[in-house]
Ligand binder design. Sequence first.
Ligand code: FAD
Length: 158
Amino acid sequence: MDSRLFRTAMGKFATGVTVITTAVDDEIYGMTANAFMSVSVDPKLVLISIDEKAHMNNYVKSAGKFAVSILNEDQQDMSAYFAGQLKQHRTVPFNWFNDMPTIPNSLANLTCKVYDSVIAGDHTLYIGEVTDILIADGEPLTFFSGKYKQIHGPAEVK
Ligand code: FAD
């Protein structure tokens, strides 16, 4: 089967957008991800899927923990930046929450310790046990067919 057809079909599944963050030897790393889902309530588990080629894969493996920041509709720029689409380096003002770096002003921040991991083809699935949660009001940034959307219409170009 053609990979483009597969990607196009998967893009028909509308999602929110997150930034996964972790810290290794006092260095912080971030990566945009929409492969995120809730897995279990007891215990509280979530799942992320990281490309084997992404730097973040080794960082999460070494740290054994990660944080998930669920982006709001005004954080498209943050998503593009942590997807490596904006080439100019930035100094990002991370928040520290439960000893983990997170993206400030997100809809939710979750800190997680790695509960299990499975290599699945060209990605690694990390199941995280949620250790703390911070939530805020707002509307989500969404992603559909390779484009950012807002719940009430197209996202503003920033
Ligand atoms: P890098 O290229 O190393 O980092 C990304 C960018 O963040 C770089 O510009 C880097 O300089 C900057 N950066 C990182 N840490 C810091 C810091 N501490 N301070 C300042 N700048 C920093 N890939 C997946 O594997 N799984 C997914 O679920 C997924 N979902 C995606 C959803 C969307 C909407 C998009 C747009 C992309 C998605 N990607 C996903 C692709 C992924 O975000 C990119 O391929 C990413 O660049 C690869 O991660 P990396 O760790 O190699 O990042």
